[in-house]
Write a protein that binds this ligand. Structure first.
Ligand code: NAG
Ligand code: NAG
Ligand code: NAG
Length: 367
């Protein structure tokens, strides 16, 4: 054990080195304080498995972690993803990388609140072949005969903090038929704080991604749905994502649930592409103070010209913040947009544009 003053001095030094040098020496001379510091960050290492054959402790990497291999054909530590999550100890303090070999995993998965620092990692370039899929819809009944409701439908639920995912697909295979009720079917429910999803595919129709709470970074993700297919009260930055509409007749992308003026939440889409079928709204005011921005996005000709909906409440028109900044493409014309949506100035757009929107300096170390 080192004494306290060294702990904080070394810690500060290492922090400075990390911030300004960008690299630290590898090997066993690791300073304990680094781990304390690193625990509160998600970084590229956390989304990387050095070598497929690496099992157990991943010593090749600068940051210690444990790898659990999921292989549906029996060659790994578990044949199911939930089986791997179950191997992570409660109140775990070490990054656990669940390395999922390509395959269709038909199961409902839950990462409980008590298991932080978990990553789901697929093989590079094979996200569409590495699929976790289930098929619950809101009208389905639980064991007591009660409807499970939208939130209970998620194929994958993540309750824990510091979650990471890379190159895997989360799917709910229910196809909501337009004009029917209770077909909401969530693919991913993300309610833990501080999560980074990279090249992840999230597939469904109605209510695909329940972006429930916390700070989240979605980078180069593919998200598919029809009605309110990104919904919840998280504070999230979606950057370089493809939002793929499968709407038939009508639909909406973002239904943000920010309900009071002091809630630090909202959805920001930057450099995203919107394609697929329409007509689809950019957003609907689920919460009274719903906040959604699209900046530098590319809109195909599927955006409903009015752009946004107040969800049948004119009172919300005064309190929501719906804005567009320098978007382009056939659907980007704002001539017929509802008057209470905004064409942002640079200064209005600025808070939405960078990872500062999600307070990244507190928890995200990007490569
Ligand atoms: C669109 O919805 C209508 C019913 O409202 C249905 O008849 C039609 O098959 C749907 N089209 C597609 C491509 O799903
Ligand atoms: C939202 O606004 C409506 C109408 O002003 C009000 O009745 C409702 O209570 C508000 N919701 C919340 C969560 O504050
Ligand atoms: C708004 O009202 C219209 C007309 O009554 C109805 O068709 C529509 O479903 C309502 N939308 C919502 C989101 O409640």
């Amino acid at each position: 054990m080192m004494n306290l003053s060294c702990f904080s001095t070394c810690g500060t030094l290492v922090l400075l080195v990390l911030l300004f040098w960008g690299d630290v020496p590898k090997g066993p001379s690791k300073v304990y304080a680094v781990e304390e510091f690193e625990k509160h960050y998600i970084e590229w290492d956390d989304l990387t498995v050095a070598d497929e054959s690496d099992q157990g402790l991943d010593l090749d990497q600068r940051k210690p972690s444990k790898v659990i291999v999921v292989d549906k054909n029996g060659g790994g530590d578990s044949v199911t993803v939930q089986g791997a999550v179950d191997l992570v100890p409660e109140h775990n303090q070490l990054r656990h990388k669940i390395y999922i070999l390509p395959g269709i995993y038909r199961e409902k998965v839950r990462v409980p609140k008590s298991k932080p620092y978990v990553s789901f990692i697929g093989e590079e370039g094979r996200a569409s072949e590495t699929v976790i899929t289930w098929h619950d819809k809101a009208s389905d009944k639980d064991a007591d005969g009660n409807e499970i409701g939208t939130f209970g439908t998620a194929s994958v639920t993540v309750e824990s903090d510091y979650f990471g995912a890379r190159e895997v697909t989360f799917e709910n295979s229910v196809v909501a038929i337009p004009g029917t009720n209770n077909m909401q079917a969530v693919a991913l429910r993300l309610k833990g704080d501080k999560a980074w999803l990279y090249r992840v595919r999230i597939l469904g129709t109605q209510d695909t991604l329940l972006d429930e709470s916390g700070l989240h970074f979605y980078e180069e993700c593919f998200i598919q749905g029809s009605v309110d297919f990104i919904f919840g009260n998280a504070k999230s930055l979606y950057r370089d994502c493809i939002l793929h509409s499968v709407a038939n007749g009508s639909g909406a992308i973002a239904a943000n649930h920010r309900d009071t003026p002091n809630q630090d939440s909202g959805f920001s889409f930057v450099h995203c592409q919107i394609k697929g079928t329409g007509r689809i709204l950019l957003g609907r005011a689920w919460g009274n103070y719903s906040k959604v921005a699209y900046s530098f996005c590319d809109f195909d000709d599927i955006i409903a010209p009015e752009g946004w909906s107040d969800w049948n409440s004119t009172a919300k028109e005064r309190t929501v913040e719906f804005g567009e900044f320098r978007c382009r493409g056939k659907g980007a014309g704002r001539r017929n947009r509802v008057a209470w949506s905004k064409s942002f100035s640079f200064y209005e757009a600025l808070p939405f544009l960078t990872t500062q929107f999600i307070h990244a300096y507190q928890w995200l170390l990007r490569r």
